[in-house]
Design a protein around this ligand. Structure first.
Ligand SMILES: [Mg+2]
Length: 228
């Protein structure tokens, strides 16, 4: 391996993210528990979220709009202003959530920062991701922050071009096989999967990956062993 750049996914790789979406989804289901079963409420919300991805992109603001749209549909357009207000408050609480770094993250960045160029490659809402990075206190470790609308082959190729490196000089570390691993392997890069205990349904894939440029580890600190 001749790795020059190590790219880190942000949400659920550097810091906690998905649990806040789950908690909010639970509150959403409580608000509308008089209309449908929990299972059907969750399914309706997920369907609307996925339908809206192309329009709103990933992130909390799109999620708020999707919750409102789902609530309108579920209540047969009789949604009260009070519920809309409560949904918007849930979204604002998410946006104001403090950052909780995952175990070992800072130690890993500290030990790699002088040997590699470190970058963040994340998708989501630009303003929100910038705010989280600032609040994380990790900004100084990174040479470049790439906030992508979708983590696909084309956008990773753009990142390589921007960084002026070959695919085989990139190592991507992330919790999502679909977004952080498969596209990077497709374009010829190296990828390390660090699973997080919960994954959004839209990010889940069934396939197992067999590729010599791929490794899966339990904890982010194990990446230091892989790079020795
Ligand atoms: Mg992630």
């Amino acid at each position: 391996m001749d790795i020059k750049v190590i790219a880190f996914d942000a949400d659920d790789t550097l810091w906690v993210n998905e649990p806040y979406f789950r908690q909010t989804e639970e509150r959403f289901c409580e608000l509308l528990s008089g209309y449908l079963s929990r299972h059907d409420l969750e399914r309706e919300l997920l369907r609307i979220e996925i339908d809206n991805l192309a329009l709103y992109g990933y992130g909390i603001k799109g999620f708020i709009l999707s919750m409102i749209e789902a609530a309108m549909k579920i209540t047969g357009d009789t949604l009260s202003i009070d519920i809309i207000k409560q949904i918007m408050d849930l979204g604002k609480q998410m946006l104001n959530q403090p950052i909780e770094l995952l175990d070992g993250v800072e130690e890993v960045l500290e030990s790699l920062k002088d040997k590699y160029r470190l970058v963040v490659a994340t998708k989501g809402d630009l303003l929100d991701q910038e705010r989280k990075l600032r609040k994380s206190g990790l900004s100084a470790y990174f040479h470049h922050i790439e906030i992508m609308s979708e983590k696909d082959d084309a956008n990773y190729l753009k990142l390589l071009k921007h960084l002026d490196i070959q695919p085989s000089e990139l190592l991507m570390i992330g919790n999502s096989l679909k977004s952080d691993i498969l596209p990077v392997l497709n374009i010829g890069g190296y990828a390390v999967h660090v699973p997080y205990h919960i994954t959004w349904a839209h990010e889940q894939i069934e396939d197992s990956i067999d590729n010599e440029r791929f490794k899966s580890i339990e904890r982010i600190k194990e990446v230091l062993e892989l790079l020795k």
